[in-house]
Design a protein around this ligand. Sequence first.
Ligand code: PLP
Ligand code: COI
Length: 337
Amino acid sequence: MSDINWSSLPFGYFKTDYNVRCYYRNGKWGELEVSQSEEITMHMAATCLHYGQEAFEGLKAFRGEDGKIRMFRPDENAKRLMRSADGIMMAPVPEDLFVEACAKVVKLNERFVPPAESGASLYLRPLLIGTGAQVGVKPADEYLFMVFAGPVGPYFKEGFNPVKFQIVKDADRAAPHGTGTIKVGGNYAASLQSGFRAHAEGYANCIYLDPSTHSFIDEVGAANFFGIKNNTYITPSSSSILPSITNLSLRTLAEDLGLKVEQRPVAIEELKEFEEVAACGTAAVISPIGQIVDRETGKEYNFGTEAGPTSTKLYNLLRGIQLGTEPDTHNWNYIVE
Ligand code: PLP
Ligand code: COI
């Protein structure tokens, strides 16, 4: 695709050639189908439209400098989608079907996988929805699993330069014993108002706190949080955070780099002790955080205008593995052939 300016792509929808779909009917998954349509036809009483039976995933494929195309840990996204399906009583997508569908959509849209040096990647969006009709509040008996893909650039326009976030106490993305740990559409609906307000007030997004006490850090918009102090990688544990596959990988890489790793509640006041803080996720990769402002108290936490040394090391190592320039010692890449 010579007419795509790969290095200036935003993070957004991009029409490609094909998507893949699979229907669950009569208690079983059918064949994987290839489609060129951007549309879905469904029953007006489909449960995804009324009762939020919808879950999605996000993962990336990268073209390496060796020309190979690698998907990053699709098996982990498959497992998370199974947990999401279980959480809102949808038919689970078997791991093999999930990975096969992702590989197929990459292969079919190979011409849209950005070149290695562009910094862009092919973002895959697997989607599982209840398509069966119900009017009572019940799970559907029919489901659609599909995967579409499109080339994307950085999630935050700042790229690997520090961004500003706002701590909010008057909005939660999930309830204390709700759906925060699974990737369902309702969590994102719940975050729209506060996210848009944060943008309007000059921030990249919100930092959500634990919804029971509003004293511990949960998540950073659609990304996890980590901080570095005393040679330790610290990331919150909470019952309302989405377990990030990027964060899972960074914990391993941090250990490989000789850091200690702690996953435990992180109180707001601890922010002042961190040497570096960042957001991490598939879309966000690692986004260093330069400033955090508590919207309620106005208190500011500043972390400098450049990415810190440990975040930079982690970023280079993660990107290197994804692009095939660093050894994939943990066998995370799935090569699409
Ligand atoms: N937290 C939320 C709420 C997200 O939407 C995402 C993105 O998927 C993440 C964290 C990061 O997770 P991952 O690294 O698996 O993309
Ligand atoms: C991700 O895949 O990292 C995201 O959560 C992206 C976001 C647009 C929902």
